[in-house]
Design a protein around this ligand. Structure first.
Ligand code: NAP
Length: 209
């Protein structure tokens, strides 16, 4: 009897806040790559945001839990939130590889802007050995839009690197935060429980320092 290799999606992001663009991306990746599960992984202290103000990780975790509650394929991990120090993806992937075992196929899913910078990430080659990388981007995006050096890097890693075009990627966390600050509606940009949480906790009401 042959046993099926488990396929796990790992949705890495700051999720400040989580919105429908993220959820549509995760569901699209699940369907496209035949994933058994998608693990949402709110970043603890993202390496490229050391000098940027990011909302407290417990709020970002809570909003991710509220947003994913009704999808039985979605789970949320506290792995990066509970780990002290900078959240390097390589450290996370090593732990998840250990947890899921050598047979599991891991797919790290995140925004294309973040992934196209991956050649500068800590141990980027090992990251690609441990997981496939899925870059979520808008329809109409073309690899030719990228700088030559990034195009070469993508070509070199094409077997482990995938582009996922997602219409709902037009939504961004920055826009959601800005709308809250201006008192505009965020209905239908984020799930209703997330909207209530933002209002109740008075998140994004003040301009960041
Ligand atoms: P970011 O720079 O805030 O986001 C870049 C773009 O990707 C934004 O347009 C963002 O949209 C979008 N995005 C982020 N996560 C997404 C997701 N899961 N699905 C679809 N779109 C997404 O990037 P970030 O969120 O802080 O980081 C993304 C992931 O890469 C995190 O897991 C982070 O730890 C990892 N990372 C690791 C290293 C490293 O190890 N050296 C360096 C950089 C990033 P929104 O703003 O709307 O989310």
């Amino acid at each position: 009897m042959t046993s099926k290799r488990v396929k796990v999606g790992i949705m890495g992001g700051t999720f400040d806040p989580i919105h429908y663009g993220h959820l549509v991306t995760a569901e699209g990746a699940r369907y496209t790559f035949g994933l058994d599960q998608v693990l949402f992984l709110p970043a603890g202290r993202p390496p490229h945001k050391r000098n940027t103000q990011v909302t407290d990780s417990e709020h970002r975790y809570m909003m991710t839990v509220l947003a994913t509650l009704t999808n039985p394929y979605f789970e949320v991990s506290r792995l990066e939130i509970d780990r002290k120090g900078t959240s390097y993806t390589i450290d996370t992937l090593r732990i998840l590889r250990e947890q899921y075992g050598p047979e599991a196929e891991l797919f790290f899913i995140t925004g294309a802007d973040a992934i196209f910078d991956i050649s500068s990430w800590k141990n980027s080659d090992e990251c690609l050995e441990l997981a496939h990388f899925v870059a979520a981007t808008r329809p109409g995006f073309s690899l030719e839009d990228l700088p030559e050096s990034t195009q070469q890097w993508v070509a070199k890693h094409q077997e482990r690197f995938h582009i996922l075009r997602v219409p709902a990627m037009a939504i961004s966390s920055t826009e959601v935060r800005e709308r809250v600050r201006q008192g505009s509606s965020i209905r239908y940009l984020v799930p209703e429980p997330v909207e209530h949480y933002i209002r109740r906790q008075h998140l994004y009401a003040e301009p960041l320092p």
